[in-house]
Design a protein around this ligand. Sequence first.
Ligand code: PLP
Length: 447
Amino acid sequence: MTDHVFYRNLKKQYKEVSHGEGIYLYDTDGNRYIDAASGAAVSNLGHAHPKVIRAMEEQARKVAFSHLSRWTSPAIRELASLTATLAPGTLNKLYLVSGGSEATESALKMARQYYLERDGAASPKHRIISRWKSFHGNTIGALSMTGDKRRQKYMPLLLDFPHIPQCYCYRCPFSCQPETCGVECAHALETAIKEAGPENVAAFIAETVVGAACGALVPHRDYFKIIRQICDRYDILYIDDEVMAGFGRTGRIFAIDEWDVIPDLICAAKGMSAGYSPLGGVIAKDKIYDTFKNGSGSFVHGHTYGGNPLSAAVAAAVVKVLIEEDLAANARTVGAYLLQNLREKLLPFAYVGDVRGIGLMQGVELIKNKATKEPFPAGAGIAEKLTITLMKHGVIVYPGTGNADGENGDQFLLAPPLILTHSQADELADRMVAAFAEFEAVAKTYQ
Ligand SMILES: Cc1ncc(COP(=O)(O)O)c(C=O)c1O
């Protein structure tokens, strides 16, 4: 049968998925895989969770869609109320969209309009500062903030937003050591603000823990405190992109809680509805909401599916399971156990440079030369090749490239469902070690 699907990569062979159960996905040939990336850090509750399926069915019978321009619903109010309880500080208001890019794009526009509402139509504040080696989504605003190679082909279309170096301790852009450094990467924000002119800057955006662009970079313990202070000093908003890290993945409901800092806006998606229905959101501080309410009263923005009752009911069910089953705590304990195991077993391989992460958001960086940290050449396609080998061993990971210098560099993200047990973590590690041993011969041909 002719396949009429326009895939992302037209040269790739795709497996056909049959069904999923818990942490496992099955293909139509009957093979079983550990969904060790939860797709792309999405399926946080695993597959076919009965409580979520029940909530979905019940809401679909009542009403699946009503447009947010005219209707509210018990489902969106319940989700917003749950989110307000969980989010830090006074981040009490939820603006709903349908995914991560829509969330960051909405945060960008919310930041811009916030200053118009507060300071009047002449406010020049509009630029968003972000970081290299980051990912904030594929729409044009989100891609303008993104700092990895996915932006390259679209450069002529992008907004002129400044980027600062990443907090990447394994390849510190300032050649420092995390134990002794002055967190120069955080202070770089101040320089960028001064260069752009604080009067022109609306916000700084950062992933709490960097996801697909760099394989689970966990920032320095002081990083976000310094960022918060700088944002306050120059009157710019701090947008925390938790599209990947949020809703339990890092061992906290919101990853930023680990750094004990309160952002102005949090972007969420992925784990918030855990893949059962597309959903994203921007969680806003009361002061931002109040400024809109006391100003024009309307955010000139919106997406058709944002706030549909079906996705909201699904997300509310997901969040309730997350809390009832204390899955953030599970991510913390099983994640620490898995990370230690992987460090012990993978770091001895000559082509493994770093194994890092927090909770169940982990990354493995692959390198050509351990001593110099020289990456494999991009053309070798090492991350993708290793991913195929891992699939042969029944493990699905999420590979990425370009982390070393914008072009070269291979890493992959591990983000198994938060329901992972200790014995499943052992199974995952054993399968990975077997795949890594098999791959040694391939890696050697490029070393
Ligand atoms: C941190 C972050 N922000 C934004 C996005 C974009 O989300 P989406 O793919 O749902 O548009 C992603 C997706 O991977 C992400 O990891």
